[in-house]
Design a protein around this ligand. Structure first.
Ligand code: ZN
Length: 750
């Protein structure tokens, strides 16, 4: 169709079927403007209504503009895209798909076909959306500038360049006009993250754009979405700042950068990872000022602090600190060392990695490759007879045995384990191979820990809703509670800062006897409770009742216990409100109804069952919530496994290659991963080594699927850190049995 003074004359017949005569009349008098835009601007009709009508009239598709691929853009020069007001969407060897608001534009079709040497396929989009998308595609810096206009810069940030000044100068020169907004954007993202107290910043390309997320007080939160086209220059800028190879987008890279925010130098650890929609970047902010290194600064309740301090007065024995990744174990250990240091004793640590430097303490870094393992380092340290030894983590029998032995010969040994509560650490150590009687003699105490965010005191709101049924046994009706809101003071999160909640098991004669006799976790815990131990849950609930945090935060971090809260030992004993109402309002039958597990009624009421097999109800309840990430490129096998696992009560998420798998681990936070070895893009070994290298996933259970008769890979997968493997072909039941075994063994909570 030829272009008159109004370019979308062809639209009129369609509009006439949709609008009143008067409206069409108004449109006709408006010269110089397209009918489409004019009709929408005047509020006669929406873009979507026009699109729907056109799609059915001309049998055309409505375009998804967020799917515009960079390759398609590279084949269509900006001048042509702007002249014809089209967005190049996808391109193959034979066809180019574009989005247009004018499917009758034959000139456009012919020119693009000629310019690209391909058939042109058209789909429909609204003119204003096309204009916006054109800017994002071809002029990301304009869009970025627009974002920056709305940003108030109340900080001053400078990249401190050492290694990469040359590239920086390049950017400062010729290319400056188009690169500068990107530089400013990166500065803004970093400065905003640092001033909002983020511990890390994630930049992740997704379908709709590049998502920017900050982790504040341990929780990841999205703060903006940038146009997809800004992704590559953005990542390049960060790579330049941190001395990485900007040309290599296919391999993961790690680097460091240093910036000064308001004159304070901050170190950044930058890692890039090829992901499904482009490179993902994670920036860790290493702000040493934020490190709490004193027990008094951890926000513990006074009675809990007192119990821990008493433990640390011991001259010999083993003290364990347990909890999942991110529970603040390391901080507690270092704070404990500081506390012990005041006694003027000789302290040596063996760690992997050494996370903080402590003055006056000899710190040994493990070097597995050089043969310096936890066990060998520990043995040579003990020859020098220090008073106190900190072992970063006990992962194997040898280290555990050496540590226990040392503690029985006059040393105080501090160490950590990944377990969900204090008592299950005992099972973990006996599972590793420590003899019960030795452990019983050596163990002085266990601190299980979690971090809860503190509700922001500036904006917290009084919580008026009735207390949820499942929490009634612990929180009496009428208790004034708070909920999070969000203000400038707390970066709109509603929370500011964190505090530790703990369960402090102090060994006593009865605890020692039960451990030595190999009694169950619950029996040991009972003895510890009689000695005054309060559970993690009780510690958390008391902070909710005390107004320090919210019910949401408590439930985010801890599960509602399945045990009967009317049992005397489990009552929230030190909160007066709890003592008054909590126990009395929790009749036995009601508390039973709290159990989320699908345990048959007969089993629940048969006490003998629980005594004989006390792990089963836990395992079942856990399985009910457990999420399995299934990484398998063969679709039929994936489908079969998915069905099976879902029947067994698992939540299943899937990935068809290694790169997607790493994405899904971040996004879906699975409890366990089932990983095929042969995968496109990044194979199973690659996935494993990534998971193990990152702190957040270093302990995530992984079952590897190996091919039959390949003993070599069976050995290798363990070297790469697999928790278990299964040889294909296998019976489906074998897989779920292994998953249950691993989840049951780990009783993992994160
Ligand atoms: Zn606030």
């Amino acid at each position: 169709m030829s272009k008159g003074h109004i370019r979308d004359e062809w639209l009129l017949p369609t509009l006439e079927t949709l609008l009143s005569k008067e409206s069409v009349g108004v449109l006709r008098t408006a010269v110089q403007e397209s009918y489409w835009e004019s009709a929408v601007r005047r509020g006669f009709i929406s873009d979507d209504e026009i699109l729907t009508a056109l799609a059915s009239r001309f049998h055309m598709k409505i375009a998804n503009l967020s799917l515009a691929a960079p390759q398609a853009r590279e084949h269509v020069p900006e001048s042509l895209a702007r002249k014809y007001r089209i967005v190049p969407l996808t391109i193959t060897d034979s066809a180019l798909e574009i989005a247009t608001a004018d499917p009758h534009d034959l000139d456009c079709e012919r020119t693009l076909a000629f310019a690209t040497g391909r058939t042109v396929k058209m789909s429909l989009a609204a003119p204003t959306k096309i204009a916006e998308r054109l800017d994002e595609l071809y002029r990301p810096e304009n869009v970025v500038s627009k974002i920056l206009e709305n940003v108030s810069a109340n900080y001053d940030i400078q990249a401190i360049a050492d290694v990469q000044s040359q590239e920086d100068m390049e950017l400062g020169g010729e290319k400056a006009s188009s690169e500068r907004p990107i530089i400013r954007l990166v500065d803004h993202i970093f400065a905003e993250g640092i001033t909002s107290r983020a511990s890390d910043i994630h930049l992740e390309p997704e379908e709709g754009g590049v998502a920017v997320r900050y982790r504040i007080d341990g929780v990841l939160r999205q703060t903006m979405v940038l146009p997809r086209a800004a992704g590559i220059p953005l990542v390049s800028r960060i790579k330049i700042m941190s001395g990485l190879d900007i040309a290599d987008r296919l391999r993961p890279q790690d680097g460091r950068a240093r910036v000064a925010v308001n004159g304070v130098p901050i170190d950044l650890r930058v890692s890039t990872l090829p992901a499904s929609q482009g490179e993902k970047v994670v920036v860790r902010i290493l702000d040493t000022r934020a490190t709490v290194l004193s027990l008094d600064g951890m926000g513990l309740r006074a009675d809990e602090l007192e119990r821990i301090k008493r433990l640390l007065e011991m001259r010999e024995g083993v003290i364990l600190v347990t909890g999942p990744t991110g529970s603040g174990k390391t901080t507690t250990l270092y704070s404990a060392l500081r506390q012990i240091q005041t006694r003027g004793v000789n302290i040596v640590t063996v760690e992997d990695p050494v996370e903080y430097r402590l003055q006056g303490v000899v710190q040994v870094q493990v070097h597995e490759k050089a043969g310096l393992t936890f066990a060998t380092a520990l043995r040579s340290i003990l020859r020098q007879d220090p008073d106190v030894v900190l072992v970063g983590e006990v992962r194997d029998r040898e280290t555990a045995a050496t540590a226990v032995q040392a503690s029985l010969t006059g040393h105080l040994v501090l160490t950590t384990l990944h377990t969900i509560d204090a008592a299950s650490s005992i099972t973990r150590l006996t599972d590793i191979g420590v003899e019960s009687y030795k452990l019983a003699a050596a163990l002085k105490g266990i601190v299980a820990q979690r971090l809860l965010r503190r509700v922001c005191p500036q904006c917290r709101e009084v919580w008026m809703d009735p207390i949820p049924d499942r929490l009634r046994p612990w929180i009496p009706a009428g208790t004034p509670l708070f909920r999070a809101a969000g203000c400038d003071h707390c970066a709109k999160t509603g929370y500011r800062g964190r505090m530790a909640v703990v369960e402090v098991l102090v060994s006593n004669a009865e605890v020692e006897r039960r451990i030595s006799a190999g009694e169950s976790v619950d029996r040991v815990a009972d003895a510890a409770r009689e000695g005054g131990m309060r559970s993690l849950w009780e510690s958390g609930v008391s902070r909710v009742i005390g107004g320090d945090t919210t019910i949401e935060e408590l439930l985010r971090v801890l599960e509602v216990p399945q045990e009967d809260p009317s049992r005397p030992a489990a009552r929230p004993s030190s909160s007066p409100a709890g003592r008054k109402g909590g126990a009395r309002e929790a009749p036995h039958a009601n508390s039973r109804a709290l159990e989320p597990s699908p345990v048959p009624a007969s089993a629940v009421h048969d006490a003998a069952f629980e005594l004989l097999d006390d792990l089963t109800p836990h395992a079942k309840a856990r399985r009910e919530h457990a999420t399995v990430l299934l990484v398998e490129d063969e679709e039929p096998l994936r489908r079969v496994l998915r069905e099976l696992l879902e029947r067994e009560g698992f939540t299943v998420i899937e990935a068809s290659d290694g790169v997607l798998a790493l994405d899904e681990v971040d996004r879906g936070a699975p409890d366990i991963v089932v990983l095929d070895l042969n995968l496109p893009r990044l194979d199973g070994y690659g996935v494993l080594s990534h998971l193990r290298a990152r702190q957040a996933t270093s302990a995530l259970p992984v079952i590897v699927l190996t091919a039959k008769g390949d003993e070599d890979s069976e050995v290798r997968v363990f070297e790469y850190g697999a928790s278990d493997f299964l040889t294909k072909p296998f019976r489906p039941r074998a897989l779920s049995a292994r998953i249950n075994a691993l989840l049951g063994r780990a009783r993992q909570v994160d």
